[in-house]
Design a protein around this ligand. Structure first.
Ligand SMILES: [Mg+2]
Ligand SMILES: [Zn+2]
Length: 197
């Protein structure tokens, strides 16, 4: 049986975007994010974070520091009865001084690599999945994997909204924040159960 996912960008979507945090106390999770993830869980979605972390390739944060942040975040959400199933990240940076990360990779959003990897790992139906994020690359990523993309106006959202307009790219919905995006998904799901969209 296939599952459906809601992919979430991290910085500017779940938590405040502060550049390149390298420890958990620099991560400020938006207060509504726990409820948003909990509701997605209740709707039966796998919640999966997809995040560009070129700070690793740039040498601003070590990969094991990033893993520690994600582990803390996972537990923090669990403590709020909310489950983030997995974190997928791109550590690469084309000009990295470290050859391990010096790559023109296919996993940096908007490229679809991490979405395809997650789909394989979790047996996901991408066409019935969603992507929520605050940047143009999140919306393009959503299109590239064949999911329904939603822009949030937190983080870089306002700026992204006008860039998307110039590019002629239309997210399926523009939400004030993550919780409002989830409310929209919920309504859309109920409507499709009733047989109309
Ligand atoms: Mg972001
Ligand atoms: Zn990559």
């Amino acid at each position: 049986m296939t599952h459906r996912a809601v992919f979430l960008d991290r910085d500017g979507t779940i938590n405040r975007d502060v550049g390149y945090p390298n420890s958990y106390h620099q991560i400020e999770i938006y207060s509504y994010s726990f409820e948003a993830v909990r509701e997605l869980n209740q709707l039966g979605f796998k919640v999966i974070v997809i995040t560009n972390q070129s700070g690793i390739g740039r040498g601003f944060i070590k990969e094991k520091e990033l893993l520690a942040i994600h582990q803390r975040m996972h537990h923090d959400f669990l403590a709020h009865q909310a489950r983030i199933e997995a974190f997928y990240y791109c550590p690469h940076y084309r000009f990295s001084a470290d050859p391990r990360y010096r790559q023109d990779c296919s996993c940096r959003k908007p490229l679809p690599g991490l979405g395809f990897r997650a789909a394989h790992d979790w047996n996901l139906d991408l066409s019935r999945s969603y992507m929520i994020g605050d940047k143009v690359e999140d919306i393009e990523f959503g299109f590239n994997i064949g999911a329904t993309p939603i822009l949030v106006l937190t983080g870089y959202g306002e700026k992204s909204r006008s860039t998307l307009q110039h590019k002629g790219l239309r997210p399926a919905y523009i939400a004030r924040d993550l919780l409002e995006a989830v409310t929209w998904i919920k309504k859309r799901e109920q409507n499709s159960l009733l047989g109309h969209k």
